[in-house]
Design a protein around this ligand. Structure first.
Ligand code: BTN
Length: 312
């Protein structure tokens, strides 16, 4: 067991405060080493109170949460897992079985997290992994713009905490030049009627994303953050946005979306059912991306975007 983890285990298991000397003796290290480890644990979000002549007491982590407390307002039910294959699959099964709109499935860790285009979504402890069941009374072809609305609300949540967050069409949230969140929206529908939509969201919060991918976590900028606070904030915003979107479509969101768009004005390559390159003009009133290409202005409904690097 690593040094910090051993100190934490002792503190968590103790019913009374433990002094630096007691910890040092129990772990066979110096008091200075104990102090150093405690400082590191605090920096990583563990709440450890130290009182002179009394000792150290662990009072929780920035990241501990009570998912059931999210059952408020339009969140009708919260299903939470310590470990699950994929919250998306759990939510889809429940949606197919008739679970109501507002059912939220969350997990501390996923072993088979999925991203768009069948990519693996690495989902260790510390991240925020959830899927929300929706049953919007809209035409199925309006559904893609719902992902944009959800991403925009994540931008608002993160900007409120001082991060330079931006939407990256169609389903990402980036901070600087790194992805912090992705959305996978799946639905079951007839040509003119949606049965259910499952919106799966992955946010790197207190976890460390794999170094090989262009990703980062919220805590890398602002230190450990409460996943519960972030998710409550998003749920409150999205409840309003969702009602507005169902009533009025994407039009009311278009201005803010373009304002906070990472891609605005940039040269990109779009891949998917069609491939093209061009300069981003913005999204239209339906959330479609408008691209200025060599063959004129093209309007795109979906795909995977690669951004041309900004000159250094
Ligand atoms: C992407 O950027 O490709 C979308 C990633 C979506 C990941 C989330 S995590 C919660 C939910 N469960 C999954 O298996 N996937 C989504």
């Amino acid at each position: 067991m690593k040094g910090g983890a051993a100190v934490l285990e002792k503190l968590k298991g103790a019913s009374v405060p433990l002094s630096g000397t007691e910890l040092a003796q129990a772990l066979g290290v110096s008091r200075a080493a104990v102090h150093k480890r405690i400082e590191k644990l605090r920096a990583s979000g563990e709440r450890i109170i130290g009182t002179q002549r009394v000792g150290y007491r662990w009072t929780g982590s920035a990241d501990s949460w009570t998912p059931s407390a999210l059952r408020r307002g339009w969140v009708t039910d919260v299903v939470s897992f310590a470990t699950v294959g994929s919250t998306q699959d759990e939510a889809k099964n429940r949606a197919a079985g008739g679970a109501p709109e507002g059912t939220l499935v969350v997990a501390d860790r996923q072993t088979a997290g999925r991203g768009r285009w069948d990519r693996v979504w690495v989902s260790p402890r510390g991240g925020l992994w959830y899927s929300l069941i929706l049953r919007p009374a809209i035409a199925p072809d309006r559904c893609p713009a719902l992902t944009l609305v959800a991403a925009l609300d994540w931008v608002r949540v993160l900007r409120r905490r001082g991060l330079d967050a931006r939407v990256k069409w169609p389903n990402d949230v980036w901070v600087g030049e790194k992805k912090v969140a992705g959305i996978l929206t799946e639905m079951s529908a007839e040509t003119d009627r949606i049965h259910w939509v499952v919106m799966g969201v992955g946010v790197n919060v207190n976890n460390r994303p794999p170094a090989a991918v262009e990703a980062a976590s919220v805590s890398q900028w602002i230190g450990p953050v409460s996943r519960q606070d972030l998710l409550s904030d998003w749920l409150a915003r999205f409840a309003r946005s969702y009602r507005r979107f169902v009533r009025s479509g994407f039009g009311p969101f278009q201005g803010d979306y373009n304002r906070w768009s990472l891609l605005q004005g940039r040269r990109i390559r779009l891949e998917g059912t069609v491939a093209m390159e061009g300069q981003v003009l913005g999204v239209d009133g339906f959330g479609r991306l408008r691209l200025k290409t060599a063959r004129g202005v093209q309007t795109c409904v979906g795909g995977e975007v690669t951004v041309a690097r900004r000159p250094a």
